[in-house]
Design a protein around this ligand. Structure first.
Ligand code: TYD
Length: 210
């Protein structure tokens, strides 16, 4: 595959969507290569329907493994329908969350075990792996504070409603992933102003677009 697969990861409230928008503009100005912007959970019609089931705050009965399996199922559909074909065409794919989110949130946060979640995701995505992962690093309490102010006029989703201890475990999960694969991850300090977060991200991505 000739494409470039970039993922953005981080705890809730790290500012991923703001960064994605800025990167979209910058990539378009820098290169003529087509860019696919997408996200998880979701990213394709079927996967977006699965997303609604996963994030519905009324689904308080959802079992942790059910949640992990639904995420992996949606991811499978997203990879097959959208990500893989774009990479095969040589395009750049920028995806807001991917397998690492499941390993951190379900594996560590929910306590299923990172290895188990890695295994079901290997079934879902086969050998697909991001080329570059930007990790937006923010303290859990800071991230949650941002979400509460950002979503003050809309309902928080089922995962955002979790206690701070859950979000701290998620962050630990990410830390382990970074330790195991330091070449793929680039850590960005997401407590900075959005312009600076973008500047740091762009310094990493720009040289890789050629
Ligand atoms: P996201 O769409 O990034 O949140 P937002 O709507 O605030 O931009 O993700 C929704 C939630 O789903 C978020 O709390 C992280 C969680 N999530 C998992 O638990 N596992 C996963 O594999 C993914 C992709 C997301």
């Amino acid at each position: 595959m000739n494409g470039l697969f970039i993922t953005i990861e981080g705890p809730d409230g790290a500012g991923k969507s703001t960064l994605v928008k800025k990167l979209q503009t910058a990539v378009a100005a820098e290169t003529k290569r087509p860019l696919v912007i997408t996200r998880e959970p979701g990213g394709s019609e079927i996967a977006e329907e699965i997303r609604d089931i996963i994030l519905n705050p009324l689904h308080t009965k959802m079992d942790a493994r059910t949640e992990a399996l639904l995420l992996a199922a949606g991811r499978r559909q997203h990879v097959v329908e959208k990500i893989r074909p774009a990479l095969e065409r040589g395009e750049i794919v920028l995806c807001d969350r991917f397998v690492d989110s499941s390993v951190a949130y379900q594996g560590q946060g929910r306590g299923i075990g990172m290895d188990k979640v890695i295994a079901i995701n290997a079934f879902a995505v086969e050998d697909l792996k991001p080329d570059i992962t930007l990790y937006l690093d923010i303290a859990s309490d800071e991230g949650l504070k941002r979400i509460k102010s950002k979503h003050s006029n809309r309902k928080q989703d089922r995962l955002e409603l979790e206690e701070i201890t859950f979000h701290e475990k998620v962050r630990e999960g990410y830390e382990q992933l970074i330790e195991e694969d330091p070449n793929r991850f680039s850590r960005i300090d997401a407590s900075q102003v959005p312009a600076k977060v973008f500047e740091d991200a762009w310094a990493i991505l720009k040289p890789r677009l050629k």
